[in-house]
Design a protein around this ligand. Structure first.
Ligand code: ZN
Ligand code: ZN
Length: 413
């Protein structure tokens, strides 16, 4: 027996006035997803805990069975690992933004006009050549998508107990990084980050890419803002817990990072972009392929639903749900339903009205040979609330699946 867990990021929603009080899931035409609900068992999931809006990192960690209150150690490390950087225990990772400041270090644009990947990577290359006064510390700075970047500090005497330099608001001055505890390590790390911030600023100020940007009427990316210092979380892998091989299909660096620390094989799929234009069919094919190989668990993540929700674009969200349905339809047609359990859920609710992650529960449906089928006919927030799984927590989802495929260990004798 095998299991496929499909997570559509932020797919759950709240009723929307313009949709006659329905949610995008209630409006979308989605025969394949409804088939999973009809032939399966349904429920709703408090991914973290009732009323707590999950991030995509904590939400996906929870769905993989890890208690985020116990294992979460910041987004920076997960994003860095997901981007393919080598991160070791004790390294300090930070999330970074290329931003625009004036001569008094007042932030004018936190995203440097959503700078292109091309400009950002030229700048990042120059920043990587900066010398630190402390030779015991090495750093890796890498741009990721648009204005986003990651910074990894490696060496001894480092600490994650440091504040952000990112003031998180325009019109505010860039903050000095401060130690958040009275330790040598925290002061030392703050000093290094302040030095890097200053040296990066000096390189960026007069960089030819920025001169060119100003000439083109674009905001220069003349500073790098740091936030969210964290370590790699030390968690037992899925194969250590359940003795299974697991593979994941996800494009978003953060989610790829979560899957990597869980010990999953993270597959690269052509055309998978983490955007609404992602190649849904290639993702479906990759999932079918991974299930045909030696993987008892395949995790398939789609980011696009969350992107549309943050834009408040409920019509696009409906279309994306229908594309996810096509993806599921291909999978249902190409796997043996006598051997594969298919589960579908979301890592959190993202409201198209508030444009934010919310703490409302998300629907879950699991189809497979031996589930106790219930009366739910449609997959959505309201129908699934009447299902046989009732209301469970995010960390219950993975044990539920592992139990179904015969990989759960008995508690007691
Ligand atoms: Zn998410
Ligand atoms: Zn989101």
């Amino acid at each position: 027996m095998k299991a496929l867990l499909v997570v559509a990021d932020g797919m759950a929603d709240r009723p929307i006035k313009e949709l006659d009080g329905k949610t995008p899931l209630e409006v979308a035409r989605k025969p394949a997803i409804d088939f999973i609900a009809q032939s399966g068992i349904c429920g709703i999931v408090d991914v973290i805990s009732p009323g707590i809006p999950p991030g995509s990192d904590t939400g996906n960690l929870a769905l993989l069975g890890y208690d985020p209150f116990k294992y979460y150690s910041g987004r920076g490390a997960l994003e860095a690992i997901g981007w393919g950087l080598e991160v070791k225990k004790g390294d300090v990772c930070l999330r970074c933004n290329f931003a625009t400041v004036d001569e008094n270090l007042i932030v004018l644009d936190r995203r440097a006009g959503r700078i292109s990947n091309e400009d950002a990577s030229k700048l990042a290359e120059s920043l990587q050549r900066v010398d630190l006064s402390e030779s015991s510390v090495k750093f890796t700075f890498q741009n990721t998508i648009q204005h986003r970047a990651v910074l990894v500090l490696q060496g001894s005497n480092l600490s994650t107990a440091v504040s952000d330099s990112d003031p998180k608001k325009i019109g505010m001055k860039v903050l000095e990084v401060r130690p958040l505890e009275k330790s040598f390590e925290a002061s030392f790390t703050a000093k290094i980050l302040n030095e890097l911030m200053q040296k990066f600023h000096n390189v960026l100020k007069n960089h030819e890419v920025n001169v060119d940007r100003i000439n083109r009427g674009l905001p220069p990316a003349n500073i790098v803002l740091f936030r969210g210092a964290g370590n790699i979380p030390c968690i037992p892998t899925l194969s250590e817990i359940y003795h299974v091989n697991a593979a994941s299909i996800a494009a978003t660096p953060l989610v790829r990072g979560v899957c990597k620390v869980a010990g999953m094989r993270v597959l690269n799929v052509e055309g998978a972009t983490g955007t609404p234009q992602t190649n849904y069919l290639n993702k479906a094919k990759a999932a079918v392929q991974a299930l045909s190989e030696d993987n008892a668990l395949v995790f398939l993540h789609v980011k696009a639903t969350d992107v549309a929700s943050h834009d408040g674009d409920y019509m696009q969200k409906i279309l994306i749900i229908e594309k996810i349905d096509n993806m599921l339809s291909y999978i249902i047609d190409h796997v043996n339903l006598e051997e594969v359990y298919i589960a579908i859920t979301a890592d959190h609710t993202t409201s198209c009205v508030t444009r934010n992650h919310e703490g409302d529960p998300v629907p879950l449906a699991i189809a497979g040979p031996y589930v106790r089928r219930d009366d739910v006919k449609e997959y959505n927030e309201r129908s699934c609330a009447k299902g046989g799984l009732g209301r469970i927590k995010g960390i219950n989802v993975m044990p539920t699946l592992m139990n179904l495929i015969g990989k759960a260990e008995k508690f007691g004798s």
